[in-house]
Write a protein that binds this ligand. Structure first.
Ligand code: GLU
Length: 321
């Protein structure tokens, strides 16, 4: 009798375990290239979420993607649940402007929190003689892959300056993870990337060959900053990368973490909780996160309404009224 009871208990346990598994919820976070910071943002969030799968049943993956614009489009199409995106592209997606004009406003877009600042960064081969953004004219430049936020922001600057792709002797469209090698193999004179610092891509580009970080400043850049809430003046700190000892002026955006109303409140609540209940651990996962402050991350650089699940967590913690 005792044995039989045990068998029943084991069977019941097995059924319960199966039931929990059947309820597991798989979620994906769109990131960027493997040597960027978005990839680490997504991987870090998933790492913290997956530590609690036994409690909440959420299983998270964060594949490499084309970047900001690709992520927002994938969320809209229902192919990804969450993603990392530059603040300028979050704004344009919500309002249906710029690159999102054709698709119209993405009213269901939701901000979850913002992350690190991303200065627009130009790295040039030392032997190219490029010393300012304007020197890129006539040169071989990797303008970035379509779908990346960096490519989009590059096109915004070009528009402001009245430049066409044909103003470069070569405009290549390599992905962010491929561009440092192209620079050091002398396939291009310069690369551009909107990215947190320090980043793997820029480290690779500045240590594999002699290269310098080039300032992006002047009247057109001042106008972009003055006219648009999602841009601000930014600096790539001197001494962070080999070959560039002084601070370099540029402008930048914020990396933001977004989702849509398609993701349910409980899932986003658990994701936000996993990050902010383990905030010191999260900050330790990449040097670009070192200066993050929870208070700022609730709303800095976001234009879309905050997701209900994120709002619930932030209210519980007194970070939101
Ligand atoms: N901001 C970049 C983009 O959207 C990605 C930066 C990164 O991978 O860290 O293209």
């Amino acid at each position: 009798m005792k044995q039989w009871k045990n068998i029943v208990a084991v069977a019941a346990f097995t059924m319960a375990a199966t039931a929990v598994q059947a309820e597991d919820k798989f979620v994906t976070i769109g990131t960027g290239g493997q040597t960027g910071v978005y990839f680490v943002v997504g991987q870090s969030i998933c790492k913290l979420v997956n530590r609690g799968t036994g409690d909440h049943g959420i299983k998270c993956t964060a594949p490499s993607t084309g970047g900001s614009i690709a992520n927002i489009n994938a969320i809209r199409a229902g192919d990804q649940d969450m993603g990392v995106a530059q603040s300028d592209w979050q704004y344009h997606a919500l309002h249906g402007t710029s690159k999102f004009e054709e698709n119209g406003p993405f009213a269901e877009l939701r901000s979850v929190f913002s992350v690190h600042p991303e200065p627009f960064t130009v790295v040039a081969r030392k032997d190219s003689g490029i010393a300012s953004f304007d020197d890129l004219k006539g040169k071989r430049v990797n303008v970035g892959n379509p779908g990346s936020g960096a490519r989009g922001t590059m096109e915004v600057i070009m528009g402001e300056k009245g430049w066409q792709m044909s103003d470069f002797s070569l405009a290549s469209e390599l992905k962010s993870a491929e561009q440092a090698q192209a620079l050091c193999d002398n396939k291009v004179d310069a690369i551009v990337f909107t990215v947190g610092h320090p980043s793997g891509t820029i480290q690779e580009a500045t240590t594999s060959c002699e290269s310098v970080i080039v300032p992006v400043e002047g009247a057109e850049i001042d106008k972009l900053i003055a006219d648009n809430p999602y841009y601000s003046a930014a600096v790539v700190p001197g001494g962070m990368y080999t070959g560039t000892d002084g601070d370099v002026n540029t402008f930048g955006v914020k990396a933001t973490f977004v989702s849509s109303t398609k993701s349910d409140e409980e899932t986003i609540y658990q994701v936000v909780k996993a990050v902010f209940d383990n905030f010191d651990r999260f900050k330790g996962l990449h040097p670009a996160f070192a200066n993050l402050k929870a208070e700022d991350m609730v709303s800095a650089g976001t234009s879309a309404p905050i997701h209900d699940g994120a709002a619930r967590y932030f209210k519980e913690k007194g970070l939101l009224n």
